[in-house]
Design a protein around this ligand. Structure first.
Ligand code: HEC
Ligand code: HEC
Length: 477
């Protein structure tokens, strides 16, 4: 009996060992293929800005191989041929992802977005030229709304299934049998579910005017999705901002309406707004971004400037604009009441006292914390550094060029095309009319809610020679 018992004990122990080992192998395999986090680091601060993670992959990352083949399977759901570039995304030659998109492995490679997707400006001198790329400038062509809608539309389509996606991935990559199983039964179905949820989370967009390229509603997603505040009917559509040269912006109010006063918090809320979570917010990586935009100077105007005319323009600027826009100007970087500046007030009204208070408590208990969010009553008299590549102008991007901004509001274009980045050095802005601009661009109609081009009448009474001189000077900022 005793011998039998010992034998049984040994057998049981061996079985237990095998089970533990097997469990370990299964556990390790699952961890390796689903959760293992591989940090990405770029030595260059610019590459870090363009391609480094801001913590959006755990919650918002789309599996890389699926993301890569979606435009091929669903080309019919994009506005033009050209894959993701049809959504105004810039893809540098030889890179695995476009500017502003990361490829980060958390179990499997995932694609997240970074600051650079919105904060990278481009221009071309002709339609055939490759874009000149300026990190930290405002994108005039990235269509985030189009991107969100594209992903949602693919998930709703019956072609979003394991067979067709795996068939298409084969052209790029060969999965191991285990990856094949994971993609077929877990990753593809879960991605479909997540994209459908994202589509539902953004359904509120559909009852409001379209953003169009180079614009987003920056804080309604935060209000409704992140802070879970009740939906309202506000429209926050606003133009991308440049974020370079922050060393000269110290103590300036931040965001179009000055809802922040701390650069650190603006950077961190930027990452939260893009999909980083409380637990994934990468404080040190974001510090690198902050250091980069603090030191980075804006790009110089790339075409000829008439220096003599610009010198005359600098006098006109000094007497008409400098108090609100020059570094050291007495009101530069402060909030100018909306009734004084007279521009569209929708963006201002979108942000509420309640939203500011709720966001200030968002990070309670975390090593980072927000406390500087607030409600204001106007728009910031922003500094004009790198102005030449910031068109269309004003917080809602309602005025296509500097020439148009200096025209009386009733003479500014009532409709024009946005999202075409060929440069117009005559008017100082992007080409916003004509066949090509129409084919590629989005028709901006100033009669639509939140799109008004009224207000900011400074300089509109100047003689036309003086306007020319002023514009020449503005090119040099
Ligand atoms: C989806 C597009 C998008 C992404 C991604 C994005 N931003 Fe922004 N950012 C904007 C827009 C639009 C504004 C202006 C919003 C407003 O106030 O209406 C802005 C404003 C800012 C400002 C204020 C600039 C000023 O002079 O007042 C800073 C600073 C900034 N962003 C930094 C960042 C950083 C850093 C990241 C990445 C962590 C980031 N943003 C990610 C679109 C984006
Ligand atoms: C009383 C303060 C004030 C004066 C004076 C003033 N501005 Fe402005 N400016 C503002 C405010 C506030 C905004 C933001 C308004 C908005 O976007 O709704 C602005 C926005 C702008 C913008 C848009 C920047 C961008 O990135 O889109 C330009 C360009 C500009 N101003 C040029 C000028 C010029 C040129 C003059 C002089 C002829 C001038 N401003 C005079 C307050 C002022």
């Amino acid at each position: 009996m005793k011998i039998f018992k010992e034998k049984l004990g040994r057998i049981l122990a061996s079985i237990a060992l095998v089970v533990v080992l097997l469990g370990g192998v299964v556990g390790y395999t699952a961890w390796y293929h689903l959760f293992r986090e591989v940090p990405i680091t770029y030595a260059s601060p610019e590459e870090h800005f363009k391609y480094g993670s801001i913590g959006t992959e755990p919650s918002q990352g789309v599996p890389y191989w699926i993301w890569l083949v979606l435009p091929r399977i669903f080309a019919d759901k994009l506005p033009h041929p050209g894959g993701y570039t049809a959504l105004g995304i810039t893809w540098e030659e030889g890179k695995e992802t476009p500017v502003g998109f990361t490829k980060k492995t958390i179990g499997f490679p995932r694609v997240g977005i970074t600051c650079a997707v919105c904060h990278t400006a481009t221009y071309r001198t002709s339609p055939l030229e490759k874009p000149h790329i300026f990190p930290a400038g405002p994108s005039s062509k990235f269509d985030l709304q189009g991107y969100i809608r594209f992903l949602g539309a693919t998930a709703k389509d019956p072609r979003f299934n394991a067979d067709s996606i795996l068939d298409e991935i084969k052209y790029n990559h060969e999965f191991s049998w285990i990856e094949n199983l994971l993609y077929r039964f877990l990753i593809i179905p879960q991605t479909k579910k997540a994209l459908l949820k994202q589509d539902a989370d953004f359904a509120w967009m559909n009852s409001r005017p379209n953003w169009g390229p180079g614009r987003i509603d920056p804080f309604n997603p935060v209000k409704f999705n992140t802070l879970q505040l009740p939906q309202d009917d506000t429209i926050g559509n606003s133009d991308m901002m440049p974020i370079w040269n922050q060393k000269l912006h110290q103590n300036f109010a931040l965001h179009w309406d000055g809802l922040e006063t701390s650069l650190k918090e603006t950077v961190q809320t930027g990452a939260i707004g893009d999909g980083a979570t409380k637990d994934s917010l990468p404080v040190a990586d974001l510090q690198r971004v902050e250091d980069y935009i603090t030191e980075l100077s804006p790009p110089k105007y790339p075409f000829t400037v008439d220096e003599k005319l610009a010198a005359k323009g600098s006098q006109i600027f000094a007497s008409n604009c400098a108090s609100c826009h020059a570094f050291g100007g007495e009101r530069t970087g402060t909030v100018i009441p909306v009734d004084e500046v007279g521009t569209d007030r929708h963006r201002l009204d979108m942000w509420t006292q309640q939203a500011a208070e709720t966001y200030n408590h968002f990070g309670d208990g975390y090593p980072w914390d927000f406390s500087q969010l607030r409600k204001t009553d106007g728009y910031v008299s922003v500094s004009l550094d790198g102005l030449w590549i910031r068109a269309p102008y004003l917080h809602n991007g309602s005025v296509p060029s500097l020439q148009d901004l200096l025209a009386k509001p009733e003479n500014r274009p009532k409709t024009f095309y946005r999202g075409y980045d060929v440069y117009d050095s005559q008017k100082v802005g992007f080409v916003s009319e004509g066949e090509e601009a129409k084919r590629v661009g989005f028709k901006y109609d100033t009669s639509v809610a939140a799109n008004s081009n009224q207000g900011h009448t400074y300089g509109t009474d100047l003689a036309s020679d003086d306007k020319q001189a002023l514009i020449e000077y503005l090119k040099t900022l």
